[in-house]
Design a protein around this ligand. Structure first.
Ligand code: FES
Length: 224
């Protein structure tokens, strides 16, 4: 039994009560987007699976956060994320410090049942301090939201739809030429994978300071 406020989501109530629900697009302090679907839960009384990060908790709700059905969906979602881009962990700056990799290990994803798409994607290394590797992006939009909601710069966006969707800067400008980027690095540290990274780190060296991002939210009292 747990209690929460009526403006809290199932995920927020769970986290406040030290109950873990898998998630990738959610980041404490940013608006909820509900895009990755890893936080799906079963709520008694409905057959639909609901995203814990966007569903408000209600009095008397009975929520199942870990069932065989949920685990099989979560594994399927992770496998599709791996198949969609080129996540070669062994040569990634975030190897060992990646939320996607950690979740896959935790949920026992030891192989991928879907054909790899091997898209031919660029790496934008035009910024003096950072780089964007589209091969490792899972389109969680944390970069888009942290830049808009915390930094107020609105540099990042999503272009195109479906399989062609990409994170982009200033209508597909190179990062190094983006006049609105303040080089604050919040997008880099909010990114759960090695898609956005600081330059100068070798494989396994890039550790994201996710706590810095969330503590900034609390210190500034940002309302989203
Ligand atoms: Fe809820 Fe991504 S964390 S949909």
């Amino acid at each position: 039994d747990v209690s929460g406020r009526d403006d809290q989501t199932i995920l927020q109530v769970a986290l406040e009560n030290e109950l873990s629900i898998p998630r990738l697009c959610y980041l404490t302090g940013l608006s909820e987007w509900g895009g990755c679907r890893l936080c799906l839960v079963e709520v008694e009384g409905t057959n639909r699976l609901l995203a814990a990060c966007t569903t408000l908790a209600r009095e008397g709700m009975n929520v199942h956060t870990a069932t065989p059905r949920l685990e099989s969906y979560r594994k399927m979602i992770l496998e599709m994320l791996f198949a969609e881009r080129n996540h070669v962990c062994s040569v990634c700056v975030s190897n060992g410090n990646c939320e996607l990799q950690a979740l896959a290990q935790k949920l026992g994803v030891d192989h991928v049942r879907y054909p790899y798409l091997y898209p031919n994607l660029p790496v934008d290394a035009s910024h003096p301090y950072f780089l964007a590797d589209h091969n490792r992006c899972i389109l969680c939009t944390r970069c888009v939201r942290v830049c808009a909601e915390l930094e107020g710069a609105h540099v990042w966006e999503i272009t195109a739809r479906g399989i062609h969707a990409r994170i982009a800067i200033e209508m597909n400008e190179n990062w190094g030429h983006a006049s609105t980027c303040t080089s604050c690095g919040k997008c880099v540290h909010a990114c759960p994978t090695g898609a956005l990274a600081e330059k100068g780190w070798a494989t396994e060296e890039m550790v994201k300071k996710i706590d810095t991002v969330t503590s900034l939210v609390h210190r500034r009292g940002v309302q989203v």
